[in-house]
Design a protein around this ligand. Structure first.
Ligand code: IVH
Length: 672
């Protein structure tokens, strides 16, 4: 090939690759396979290797590979990178508007507002000259930031060159764009899994992961981190730019910049407020962390004319969602013993308010997690409470350590019974294997009572019954006498009779409930129902072999093994006999009807936001029609249901495995 031809071919390859990059990373809508993409990259790399003089900084091969820097160079921003005033309720939004609307010039157009997600990441300022990405900086103090160009180049959704298309806009010679570098939640979790496997430190949240990755001195490390970019403003331009925020967002999108899909424009403040409040519910369905919404006066000339208070513009306000994280101190670490003997650490915390409740304790999941996060007694920690789940500790604030913190040691004996604990090979769990361990007994009784719907038998009563030797195991509940109960603190004639009646009533529970109440590892409500569909009685289930169980759709080999093992244990058999003698119903007329429907045997995974349903609604719908929904894509997945802004990991995995992708409309058609 002649030099001229090579140059043209290279240019063509770059255009093609950039376009596919854009489809993949900005639109989330690739049109070629990973292999095809790799082939294009390989071809370009080979040509550039043979003709190094033709390598340009905007070539897609140049995203990675820069050498580590000594430190970051300071960059002065062309205009201050402002922060925002905040509001936390509809009233406060009204109050904000009341305050600032006085500053609107008399000749301004009628007010309109744009509402955008407030992205929880790291602000970046991106400079383009003649369409080429030449400089990228962090926010710093708002006036001077740090040059992180080499790192930003590795961010795949960042255009290294603004593509000029025949129908698209022509960018000004000089264009400075503001955006937020973030990490999608799915990518963040995947990154932390990788970090854990490599024995590296975990990131506390997506924000820290994005910020930490971007402020790496070695861009090769940044390149290995899944950072995403979303842009929302023009800081400076030397040519005509759109007059409104709404048009700016459209314009940025047309130029090939990634812009959040969750943007909206309103003409009344009441609509703005209704929208903002509605978002609080929705925030967990968004694929990245959103800590609020930003409300902006749409007309940019008006916004500018309204001026500033301190460092914040009057023409915009952040509507902050209720916090889900807070910092507090670990006062001590305690250990719970579960019904299967698993020891679970938890933290006693200095009481802290979060999302309307006071938190005093937080689970630590298991000892491995505790050690990996390196949580010490006395540490300042970040606690998090999402939705209605139990609060947990995200991680320590290492910078706040004084040296007085104490490293926690895994106990060698059970805190309840004092017997030595064991940790089986290959398992992270630590067990107390003493069947007579009082705390295990309490948990077993409590669990059984909860699953069998025995009203009035809470943790406190379970504890009393075990302490007094009235219940060694849950079957003893059926042998309790009125006079036994009357001797317990807090029991009078009426409460004793009520409890006895509740216990009596539980003898007639459906077989599935009894199976679930046995507390076999891996057998919760759903699996118990599955089993009750196959067997008429507990005896039939007890007689089932491992292979037979494994053949049941939806039952994994681990659970099948756990069931066989459980029934093989003479103590458990004796427990069943005790239930039988007490008159607990252990069989049913006929196995429960198998689930029917057009989706029987099909496994679905859902990603992104569906147009008309929440994920929970879609899951219920699929299950009602016989299908199954799981959380991650594997070779067992039949369909990936794709909504707006699908998660990168699920999407890529489905592509790799060739899992068919459908949208909500297609799903509804399958159901008919
Ligand atoms: S606009 C003139 N829009 O939130 C308006 N900021 O407290 C200035 N942020 O660190 C800011 N998402 O970088 C704006 N859609 C968004 C944003 C956003 C996140 C950040 C911003 C700053 C902080 C403001």
């Amino acid at each position: 090939m002649a030099q001229q031809e090579v140059a043209e071919h290279i240019a063509q390859l770059r255009r093609e690759i950039n376009y596919h990059n854009y489809r993949y990373y900005v639109l989330n809508d690739p049109i070629i396979s990973d292999a095809e993409y790799d082939a294009l990259m390989d071809e370009l790399r080979a040509l550039e290797e043979a003709h190094p003089e033709l390598i340009t900084p905007d070539s897609p091969t140049q995203r990675v590979g820069a050498q580590p820097a000594e430190g970051f160079v300071k960059v002065r921003h062309p205009a201050p990178i402002l922060s925002l005033d905040k509001a936390t309720s509809g009233e406060e939004i009204h109050a904000w508007w009341e305050r600032v609307s006085k500053f609107i010039p008399p000749d301004a157009p009628p007010p309109a507002w744009v509402v955008e997600p407030k992205l929880d990441g790291l602000t970046v300022v991106l400079h383009y000259e003649d369409g080429l990405f030449v400089l990228g900086a962090t926010r710093g103090d708002g006036y001077v930031g740090e040059d992180v160009t080499a790192n930003l180049r590795t961010v795949r959704s960042l255009p290294l060159r603004i593509p000029v298309t025949p129908n698209g806009p022509q960018p000004p010679h000089r264009l400075v764009v503001r955006g937020e570098a973030i990490m999608r939640i799915e990518d963040f979790e995947e990154l932390n899994r990788r970090q854990a496997e490599a024995g590296e430190k975990l990131f506390a949240n997506p924000r820290n992961a994005a910020a930490g990755s971007l402020r790496q001195l070695d861009p090769r490390i940044t390149a290995s981190r899944p950072i995403t970019l979303l842009c929302y403003g023009i800081v400076e331009a030397d040519g005509p730019v759109p007059p409104t925020q709404w048009k700016t967002l459209t314009y940025l999108r047309e130029l090939g910049f990634p812009v959040s899909e969750y943007i909206a424009r309103f003409e009344t403040l009441d609509e703005v407020i209704a929208y903002c409040v509605g978002w609080i519910e929705k925030r967990d369905t968004v694929p990245y962390e959103v800590d609020g919404l930003v409300i902006k006066v749409d007309d940019l000339a008006t916004q500018r004319a309204m001026g500033m208070v301190g460092r914040a513009p009057r023409g915009a306000v952040a509507f902050k969602f209720p916090a889900r994280e807070a910092t507090t101190k670990v006062l001590d670490i305690g250990v719970n013993v579960g019904r299967t003997g698993v020891l679970t650490p938890f933290a006693y915390l200095e009481p802290v308010r979060l999302g309307g409740v006071t938190i005093r304790k937080a689970t630590l999941h298991n000892f491995e997690d505790l050690q990996r996060k390196d949580i010490r007694i006395g540490d300042t920690v970040v606690v998090r409470r999402a939705g209605d789940v139990i609060p947990y500790i995200v991680g320590p604030v290492v910078a706040a350590r004084t040296g007085e913190e104490k490293v926690y040691r895994i106990p060698k004996v059970c805190p309840s019974c004092g017997e030595p604990v064991v940790s089986p090979e290959g398992e992270v769990a630590v067990y107390c294997v003493n069947v007579a361990c009082p705390e295990q007994r309490v948990r077993r009784v409590n669990y059984f009572a909860a699953v069998m719907d025995i009203e009035g038998l809470g943790e406190r009563t379970a504890q009393l019954l075990v302490e007094r030797g009235l219940a060694q195991d849950p079957a003893d509940l059926y042998y309790l006498k009125r006079e036994d109960l009357l001797k317990l603190e807090g029991f009078a004639e009426k409460s004793a009779d009520n409890l006895l009646a509740a216990i009596e009533a539980s003898k007639e529970r459906p077989l599935a409930q009894v199976i679930a109440a046995l507390g076999i590892r891996g057998v919760g409500g759903t699996v118990a129902q599955l089993l009750a569909r196959h067997y008429r009685s507990l005896d039939e289930l007890a007689a089932a072999g491992r292979e037979e169980l494994e053949a049941i759709e939806g039952l994994g080999p681990h659970t099948a093994g756990a069931i066989v093992e459980w029934f093989a244990n003479p103590r458990n058999r004796e427990f069943i006999e005790k239930l039988r003698r007490a008159g607990v119903k252990l069989e049913q007329e006929a196995p429960a009807a198998p689930i029917e429907g057009p989706l029987v045997g099909l496994t679905f995974v859902i990603t992104g936001t569906l147009p008309t349903m929440s994920r929970e609604e879609a899951t219920r719908l699929i299950e009602q029609h016989g299908g199954r929904v799981t959380g991650s894509v594997s070779h067992r997945t039949d369909y990936l249901v794709v909504g707006e802004a699908p998660g990168g990991t699920k999407y890529r995995r489905a592509q790799q495995l060739g899992v068919p992708m459908i949208d909500e409309a297609q799903l509804l058609r399958m159901i008919g």
